[in-house]
Design a protein around this ligand. Structure first.
Ligand code: 2IT
Length: 447
């Protein structure tokens, strides 16, 4: 295959799907060389099949707001690839959600899930519903209306949604309640990220951030560096940034920045436990303002409006919020300020130009589908516990998460090691995930 030719055909077929095309280009360009060593893939047209989702559901979601007014949103579920297991991936509620965004996320999820070592295919869904400024009751009514449409298309062995941006434990609770009412079955394995008393896994809320820091630790150690004593800038203050802040602090690093759509909080002496706990309050408020942290802790945090986390001097930059949140100008600013490592914790957190800039500057860089895979991996562990009707201890889940992150790192090293001994984590993650899915598709015939 020629990545450029396939990309040209995809661009012609799906004009304007910029996010999906960006994700597809990165994967195709980095797997091209390995793919072409396998004529059986070419013959089975694996790559041409893999860039199209198995199917997509789109639906209207109508609900009533607190003023009694009728609101209509769009809902989606992209069932991208089921070669290695049932569709698995989160739901994103955000005003910018569209089909291109969910196709990019479902495509990424397919390879990420393959890296976890667990049998999960790739899927993603969500809505352009904007949770900012909504009451709890409005969120509940929206989740119920969303599930009223989605429930027939999901199931523990079919498609298992979870959280993503704008969807956390509260939303999964409302979604599960409605699912159960409609299906008339206590099918715990149909969603992950559930509450601990009704089938949720201990550590699932922390898992994306914890797994990311375990991975960062491997990246640093492989390069002869240490996490302890390093300064870390995080973007966002949601579930992912929260878990990352806890584990980074626990491992001896100092989190000096968190950010939001309104600006950045500089936390000169490092984030404290009280501040980390307050991130949960900020998320539950639906205000989406990081300034709230500086208002609550004025002596420790300084807020600057309109600035990103990347304006704060740090050793390690961890995008934890949204795709393309770190661009080439940000990468230049970070490198100029002495940053030595950037690991994406958000999905596709860096633009292609930013990644190239980091790589050419010799900065340690690892992509989201490897770094953040601990989240979905722990969702996979939740599915296992649900299927066995039991609950593991926190120690057990954490030990499995650590093992999985170390295995993902090994897979990246296996496929990404360069002649000079350094690791191309982008290539390593893409090739490792791709080979597993491609092999499964080949073995299952032309479907
Ligand atoms: O991007 C992701 O991997 C997630 N939002 C988590 C998906 C999941 O099924 O736990």
């Amino acid at each position: 295959m020629k990545a450029n030719e396939i990309m040209a055909a995809l661009e012609a077929k799906h004009p304007g799907e910029d996010l999906f095309l960006q994700a597809a280009r990165e994967v195709l360009e980095t797997v091209e060389e390995e793919y072409n060593k396998h004529p059986e893939f070419e013959k089975a047209k694996i790559v041409e099949r893999m860039v199209e989702p198995d199917r997509i559901f789109t639906f209207r979601v109508t609900w009533v707001d607190d003023k009694g007014e009728i609101q209509t949103n769009l809902g989606y579920r992209v069932q991208f690839n089921s070669a290695i297991g049932p569709y698995k991936g989160g739901l994103r509620f955000h005003k910018a959600v569209n089909l291109s965004m969910l196709k990019f996320l479902g495509f990424e999820q397919t390879f990420k899930n393959a890296l976890t070592t667990l049998p999960m295919g790739g899927g993603k869904g969500g809505s352009d519903f904007d949770p900012v400024g909504k009451s709890n009751e409005e969120i509940m009514r929206f989740c119920q209306a969303f599930m009223l449409e989605l429930w027939r298309n999901i199931g523990p062995d079919t498609d298992v949604p979870a959280g993503d941006v704008g969807v956390g434990g509260r939303e999964i609770g409302f979604l599960y309640g409605m699912y159960k009412k409609l299906a008339r079955e206590y099918n715990t394995g149909v969603l992950t990220g559930k509450g601990e008393t009704w089938g949720g896994s201990i550590l699932r809320p922390e898992a994306t951030g914890f797994g990311a820091l375990y991975f960062v630790n491997h990246v640093l150690e492989t390069a002869g560096q240490k996490l302890a004593g390093k300064t870390v800038a995080l973007s966002g203050f949601g579930n992912v940034a929260w878990g990352a802040a806890i584990k980074a602090t626990e491992l001896g690093a100092k989190v000096v920045a968190i950010s939001g759509p309104d600006g950045v909080c500089h936390i000169k002496d490092g984030i404290t436990k009280e501040m980390i706990d307050y991130m949960l309050v900020m998320r539950a408020s639906n205000r989406n303002k990081v300034q709230d942290m500086a208002d609550k802790f004025p002596a420790a945090a300084t807020f600057t409006a309109g600035k990103k986390a990347w304006s704060i001097k740090c050793d390690i930059a961890l995008p934890c919020a949204f795709q393309n949140e770190l661009n080439e100008a940000d990468a230049k600013e970070l490198v100029a300020n002495g940053t030595m490592c950037c690991c994406e914790v958000s999905n596709m957190g860096c633009t292609a130009e930013a990644i190239h800039y980091f790589q050419h500057a010799g900065i340690l860089f690892a992509p989201g589908k490897a770094v953040n895979a601990g989240g979905v991996a722990t969702s996979g562990l939740e599915m296992t516990q649900n299927a066995a009707h039991l609950a593991w201890s926190g120690e057990e889940v954490d030990a499995k998460l650590k093992w999985i992150m170390s295995s993902i790192h090994e897979q990246c090293v296996r496929y990404g090691k360069k002649a000079d001994g350094t690791i191309d984590y982008v290539k390593g993650a893409n090739v490792a995930g791709f080979m597993k899915v491609a092999t499964a598709m080949l073995e299952q015939g032309t479907i």
